[in-house]
Design a protein around this ligand. Structure first.
Ligand code: TZP
Ligand code: MG
Length: 219
Protein backbone atom coordinates (compact mmCIF):
# COMPACT_ATOMS: atom_id res chain seq x y z
CA UNK A 1 0.00 0.00 0.00
CA UNK A 2 1.37 3.46 -0.86
CA UNK A 3 1.27 6.20 1.77
CA UNK A 4 -1.50 7.89 -0.18
CA UNK A 5 -3.54 4.69 -0.17
CA UNK A 6 -2.88 4.32 3.57
CA UNK A 7 -4.13 7.87 4.25
CA UNK A 8 -7.40 7.02 2.49
CA UNK A 9 -7.63 3.68 4.29
CA UNK A 10 -7.36 5.44 7.64
CA UNK A 11 -10.34 7.74 7.08
CA UNK A 12 -12.87 5.78 9.13
CA UNK A 13 -10.97 3.35 11.32
CA UNK A 14 -13.35 1.13 13.25
CA UNK A 15 -11.98 -0.71 16.31
CA UNK A 16 -13.91 -3.42 18.15
CA UNK A 17 -13.69 -6.49 20.30
CA UNK A 18 -16.51 -8.54 21.79
CA UNK A 19 -16.65 -6.43 25.02
CA UNK A 20 -17.53 -3.31 23.01
CA UNK A 21 -20.95 -4.43 21.83
CA UNK A 22 -24.07 -6.22 23.00
CA UNK A 23 -24.75 -7.30 19.43
CA UNK A 24 -22.92 -10.15 17.70
CA UNK A 25 -19.58 -8.64 16.68
CA UNK A 26 -19.79 -10.12 13.18
CA UNK A 27 -23.11 -8.43 12.57
CA UNK A 28 -21.85 -5.07 13.80
CA UNK A 29 -18.80 -5.31 11.57
CA UNK A 30 -20.89 -6.30 8.56
CA UNK A 31 -23.09 -3.24 9.02
CA UNK A 32 -20.11 -0.99 9.63
CA UNK A 33 -18.52 -2.19 6.40
CA UNK A 34 -21.77 -1.59 4.53
CA UNK A 35 -21.76 1.95 5.95
CA UNK A 36 -18.29 2.67 4.64
CA UNK A 37 -15.59 2.02 7.24
CA UNK A 38 -12.20 1.98 5.57
CA UNK A 39 -10.12 -0.18 7.96
CA UNK A 40 -10.82 -2.43 10.96
CA UNK A 41 -8.88 -3.29 14.11
CA UNK A 42 -9.62 -6.32 16.26
CA UNK A 43 -9.04 -5.17 19.85
CA UNK A 44 -10.09 -7.90 22.29
CA UNK A 45 -9.39 -6.17 25.61
CA UNK A 46 -10.86 -5.35 28.98
CA UNK A 47 -13.37 -7.09 31.17
CA UNK A 48 -14.91 -10.21 29.64
CA UNK A 49 -12.38 -10.24 26.81
CA UNK A 50 -12.17 -13.60 25.07
CA UNK A 51 -8.98 -15.63 25.34
CA UNK A 52 -7.35 -18.57 23.60
CA UNK A 53 -9.30 -20.38 20.91
CA UNK A 54 -12.46 -18.29 21.43
CA UNK A 55 -10.44 -15.15 20.73
CA UNK A 56 -8.78 -16.70 17.68
CA UNK A 57 -12.09 -17.93 16.30
CA UNK A 58 -13.68 -14.50 16.58
CA UNK A 59 -10.61 -12.94 14.98
CA UNK A 60 -10.82 -15.35 12.05
CA UNK A 61 -14.50 -14.60 11.51
CA UNK A 62 -13.95 -10.85 11.54
CA UNK A 63 -10.93 -11.19 9.26
CA UNK A 64 -12.92 -13.20 6.72
CA UNK A 65 -15.55 -10.49 6.61
CA UNK A 66 -12.88 -7.84 6.07
CA UNK A 67 -11.22 -9.88 3.34
CA UNK A 68 -14.50 -10.39 1.54
CA UNK A 69 -14.92 -6.63 1.35
CA UNK A 70 -11.33 -5.53 0.80
CA UNK A 71 -11.05 -3.89 4.22
CA UNK A 72 -7.60 -4.07 5.88
CA UNK A 73 -7.69 -6.18 9.07
CA UNK A 74 -5.40 -5.00 11.89
CA UNK A 75 -4.76 -6.79 15.21
CA UNK A 76 -4.24 -4.84 18.44
CA UNK A 77 -1.23 -5.82 20.57
CA UNK A 78 -1.21 -9.54 19.82
CA UNK A 79 1.67 -9.90 17.36
CA UNK A 80 1.54 -13.70 17.47
CA UNK A 81 -2.12 -13.67 16.45
CA UNK A 82 -1.46 -11.16 13.67
CA UNK A 83 1.32 -13.35 12.27
CA UNK A 84 -0.65 -16.59 12.68
CA UNK A 85 -3.66 -15.15 10.83
CA UNK A 86 -1.54 -13.28 8.30
CA UNK A 87 -3.39 -10.09 9.26
CA UNK A 88 -2.76 -6.94 7.26
CA UNK A 89 -1.16 -5.21 10.22
CA UNK A 90 -0.77 -4.66 13.94
CA UNK A 91 -1.37 -1.74 16.26
CA UNK A 92 0.70 -1.34 19.41
CA UNK A 93 0.96 1.09 22.33
CA UNK A 94 3.81 2.32 24.46
CA UNK A 95 3.44 -0.61 26.88
CA UNK A 96 3.97 -3.15 24.14
CA UNK A 97 7.17 -4.46 22.56
CA UNK A 98 9.47 -1.76 21.11
CA UNK A 99 8.44 -0.61 17.65
CA UNK A 100 11.65 -1.78 15.94
CA UNK A 101 11.27 -5.28 17.40
CA UNK A 102 7.68 -5.51 16.23
CA UNK A 103 8.69 -4.27 12.79
CA UNK A 104 11.28 -7.04 12.63
CA UNK A 105 8.63 -9.64 13.48
CA UNK A 106 5.95 -8.49 11.03
CA UNK A 107 7.97 -7.62 7.93
CA UNK A 108 6.05 -5.26 5.69
CA UNK A 109 2.66 -5.57 7.39
CA UNK A 110 1.13 -2.26 8.46
CA UNK A 111 2.38 -1.03 11.84
CA UNK A 112 0.41 1.52 13.83
CA UNK A 113 1.65 2.99 17.11
CA UNK A 114 -0.22 4.97 19.78
CA UNK A 115 1.80 7.97 20.96
CA UNK A 116 1.15 10.77 23.44
CA UNK A 117 4.12 13.10 23.05
CA UNK A 118 6.30 14.55 20.29
CA UNK A 119 9.21 12.39 21.52
CA UNK A 120 7.16 9.19 21.33
CA UNK A 121 5.98 10.17 17.86
CA UNK A 122 9.50 10.80 16.57
CA UNK A 123 10.79 7.53 18.02
CA UNK A 124 7.90 5.54 16.54
CA UNK A 125 8.53 7.03 13.11
CA UNK A 126 12.29 6.43 13.35
CA UNK A 127 11.68 2.80 14.33
CA UNK A 128 9.36 2.03 11.45
CA UNK A 129 5.75 2.96 12.27
CA UNK A 130 3.51 3.35 9.21
CA UNK A 131 0.94 5.50 11.01
CA UNK A 132 0.35 7.02 14.44
CA UNK A 133 -2.72 6.94 16.70
CA UNK A 134 -3.08 10.11 18.78
CA UNK A 135 -5.38 10.60 21.72
CA UNK A 136 -7.50 10.61 23.64
CA UNK A 137 -8.72 13.61 21.68
CA UNK A 138 -11.98 13.77 23.63
CA UNK A 139 -13.11 12.10 26.87
CA UNK A 140 -13.67 8.37 26.42
CA UNK A 141 -15.38 5.81 28.59
CA UNK A 142 -13.91 2.93 26.64
CA UNK A 143 -10.27 2.78 27.74
CA UNK A 144 -9.94 2.65 31.50
CA UNK A 145 -6.23 3.50 31.55
CA UNK A 146 -6.51 6.26 28.96
CA UNK A 147 -4.11 9.18 29.30
CA UNK A 148 -5.25 12.77 29.80
CA UNK A 149 -7.54 14.24 27.16
CA UNK A 150 -5.43 16.37 24.83
CA UNK A 151 -7.85 17.72 22.25
CA UNK A 152 -6.23 18.11 18.86
CA UNK A 153 -3.09 19.78 20.23
CA UNK A 154 -0.62 16.97 19.52
CA UNK A 155 -2.01 16.42 16.02
CA UNK A 156 -1.48 20.11 15.26
CA UNK A 157 1.95 20.10 16.86
CA UNK A 158 3.25 17.17 14.80
CA UNK A 159 1.99 18.78 11.59
CA UNK A 160 3.59 22.11 12.59
CA UNK A 161 6.86 20.24 13.03
CA UNK A 162 6.52 19.01 9.45
CA UNK A 163 5.85 15.36 10.29
CA UNK A 164 3.81 13.98 7.41
CA UNK A 165 3.27 10.44 8.67
CA UNK A 166 -0.37 9.29 8.41
CA UNK A 167 -2.23 10.08 11.64
CA UNK A 168 -5.55 9.05 13.15
CA UNK A 169 -7.15 10.67 16.17
CA UNK A 170 -8.81 8.46 18.78
CA UNK A 171 -10.97 8.84 21.86
CA UNK A 172 -14.57 10.05 22.13
CA UNK A 173 -14.86 10.73 18.40
CA UNK A 174 -18.21 10.67 16.60
CA UNK A 175 -19.68 12.20 13.45
CA UNK A 176 -20.32 15.47 15.28
CA UNK A 177 -16.69 16.13 16.17
CA UNK A 178 -14.73 14.10 13.59
CA UNK A 179 -14.37 17.08 11.24
CA UNK A 180 -12.44 18.99 13.89
CA UNK A 181 -9.91 16.16 14.16
CA UNK A 182 -9.31 16.05 10.42
CA UNK A 183 -9.18 19.84 10.20
CA UNK A 184 -6.36 19.72 12.77
CA UNK A 185 -4.30 17.56 10.43
CA UNK A 186 -5.37 13.95 10.99
CA UNK A 187 -5.98 11.70 7.98
CA UNK A 188 -8.84 9.98 9.70
CA UNK A 189 -10.58 9.03 12.92
CA UNK A 190 -10.55 5.86 15.00
CA UNK A 191 -13.73 5.02 16.84
CA UNK A 192 -15.05 2.26 19.03
CA UNK A 193 -18.29 3.38 20.73
CA UNK A 194 -19.57 5.66 17.96
CA UNK A 195 -20.09 2.60 15.77
CA UNK A 196 -20.12 -0.44 18.08
CA UNK A 197 -22.84 0.97 20.34
CA UNK A 198 -24.82 2.77 17.66
CA UNK A 199 -28.46 1.87 17.05
CA UNK A 200 -27.39 1.58 13.43
CA UNK A 201 -23.69 0.88 12.94
CA UNK A 202 -24.31 1.34 9.21
CA UNK A 203 -25.64 4.87 9.61
CA UNK A 204 -22.94 5.71 12.17
CA UNK A 205 -20.22 4.67 9.73
CA UNK A 206 -21.86 6.61 6.87
CA UNK A 207 -22.08 9.76 8.99
CA UNK A 208 -18.44 9.45 10.06
CA UNK A 209 -17.26 8.99 6.48
CA UNK A 210 -19.22 12.02 5.40
CA UNK A 211 -17.85 14.12 8.27
CA UNK A 212 -14.27 13.13 7.44
CA UNK A 213 -14.71 13.58 3.70
CA UNK A 214 -16.24 17.02 3.95
CA UNK A 215 -13.17 18.17 5.90
CA UNK A 216 -10.76 16.49 3.50
CA UNK A 217 -12.39 18.42 0.67
CA UNK A 218 -12.13 21.69 2.61
CA UNK A 219 -8.54 21.06 3.60
N1 TZP B 1 -6.99 4.69 22.99
C1 TZP B 1 -7.15 5.96 23.35
S1 TZP B 1 -8.77 6.35 23.63
C2 TZP B 1 -9.27 4.77 23.23
C3 TZP B 1 -8.16 4.00 22.90
C4 TZP B 1 -8.18 2.59 22.52
C5 TZP B 1 -10.69 4.32 23.27
C6 TZP B 1 -11.50 4.90 22.16
O1 TZP B 1 -12.81 4.45 22.24
P1 TZP B 1 -14.07 5.38 21.97
O2 TZP B 1 -15.22 4.54 22.40
O3 TZP B 1 -14.11 5.64 20.49
O4 TZP B 1 -13.90 6.63 22.78
MG1 MG C 1 -1.31 -2.08 23.48
Amino acid sequence: MTQGELRKALQVYFIMGSPNTEQPALQVLEEAIAGGITIFQFREKGRHALKGEAKRALARGLQQLCRAHGIPFIVNDDIDLAVALDADGVHIGQEDEPVDQVRARIGNKLLGVSVHTVEEAKLAVAQGADYLGLGPVFPTGTKEDAKEVQGVSLIQKLRELGMDIPIVGIGGIHAGNAGEVVAAGADGVSVITAISQAGSPLKAAQDLLEAVNSQVRKG
